[in-house]
Design a protein around this ligand. Sequence first.
Ligand SMILES: Cc1ncc(COP(=O)(O)O)c(C=O)c1O
Length: 454
Amino acid sequence: MKRSMFFLDQKDMPTHWYNIQADLPEPLPPVLHPGTGQPVTPDDLAPLFPMELIKQEVSTERWIEIPEEVLDVYRTWRPTVLHRAYRLEKALDTPAKIFFKYEGTNQAGSHKPNTAVAQCYYNMKEGIKRITTETGAGQWGSALSMAGAFFDVEIKVYMVRISYDQKPYRRIAMEVWGGKCIPSPSTETKAGRDMLEKWPDCPGSLGLAISEAVEDAVSRDDTHYSLGSVLNHVLLHQTIQGEECRKQMEMADAYPDIIVGNIGGGSNYGGQFLPWIRDKISGEKPDMRVICVEPESCPSVTRGMYAYDFGDAVGMTPLFKMHTLGHGFIPPPIHAGGLRYHGMAPIICHLSNLGLVEVVAAHQTAVFEAGVKFARTEGIITGPEPCHNVKVAIDEALKCKESGEAKTILIAHSGHGHFDLAAYDAYLSGKLKDYAYPEEEVKKAQAELPKVAA
Ligand SMILES: Cc1ncc(COP(=O)(O)O)c(C=O)c1O
C-alpha cells in the first residue's frame, strides 16, 4: 500500500511552540521607537498588546508552553494531515517525492487560527473585551472572528477595500462568527478619513488598514490590537505546524531536501520552516534549501530595501528592520491574491540577510496555472497564496526530472481557495495579467523611508 496521508494522534500533538530566537546565529535587530530612535519598551507596546504576547515577542526561551485552553481549541482541528502528492508526482513524471502539510482543513480555511486563538486567549486573560485588526484577503479577519467567538471577545475588522468588494462572502463569514467587518479606508478613523479626502476611490492597503485598527485600539481602554502576521509572536504560534510536521515526516521515513512556502507577512511559512531551519543552523543539515516565494507585483524582499520602516501606512507603529517597498505602498489592483503587504517578518528578513533562506518572486498567471494543475491532480482548490509554493515546488520537481534526482520536497500549504473562485475565473478566462512592480516606485519609496541613526 502506498500511504498518502500521515496522521498524528491528538495525544502526540506538540505541547510547546518553538522559538527561533533561541537559536539565531545573530540576534534580531531591535524594534525602534519612531520618536526617540531607541529600542521600544514593554510599556510602549502595552496599549496595544497583552503582556504575555509582549514577553513572547522578545523571549529567547527555546520552547514556550502552549496553554491548555489554547490546546483545547487547537484540538477542534489539529493535528492537520501531512499528504504525499503521488498524483502530482505522476503527472510531472518526476522522481522527486512531494509532500504537503495542509492547513486548509480548519473551520476558517487557513493557518491563521493557529495564532488567532492564542492571541484572543491572552487578551481575554488580561480582561480585554474588544480587539481590532486589519485583513487583506479576509482569511485573518475570519480566523480572528472565530477565535473571538470562542473566547467571548468582540472583533472589529478593517478589511482592505478592494478585497471587501471582490470577496463579499468573507465579510459574511466574519459576521456569522460574530465579527464586525468594514471596508478600509473607512470614515471611522482619522487615518481613513484623511485618505478618503485625498483619494475617494482608494482601493486600500494592509498598511492603511493597520493604521485604522491601531488608531481605533488606542482610543479605547477596553480594546487591544491584533496583527495576523509579521511579528515574532505570530510566527511563534504558527510553529505548531512545523513541529507536527517533523513528527509526520518521521512517520513517512523522510526528511525534506527542499521546503517551499509563500510569504505575505511571513507567518504561515515561518511556522513551517523555522522548526526545520534549526537543523541547518546547527550544521546537521547544511544543504537543506528553504525557499520563500513572493509575488512579482509585491516583491518586498526580492526588490525592497532592508531598512527600518513603519509597519503601517500612516506611521503609528514602531519601526521594524525589514525588507520593505515603503509604508506608503498601495498594491496594484490587478493582483489577484493575498501577499500584498509592503514589509515582511523581521525574522525572515534577518534569515534572508544571513543567507539561510532563499527568496524568489513569481508572476500570477504561472501561479494560477500551478494551482489548476494541483486541483486537477490532488483535487484541492488552493488559495492564491499557496499556489505560489505549488508553482515553485513544480519547478523544482521538474529540475529533478532532468537531473534524475529523487529529492524530497515539502510544501507548506497554507489554505484553500474556496473564496477565491473569482480569481480562478479571471485566470481561466484569460483576463488575469502579469504585472511587475515598477522600479520608479521602489526608488520613490526609498526616499520616503523614516530616518534612523545608524
Ligand atoms: C492562505 C494564506 N496563505 C498565506 C497568506 C500570507 O500571509 P503570511 O505570510 O502571514 O502567512 C495569507 C494571508 O492572508 C493567506 O490567507
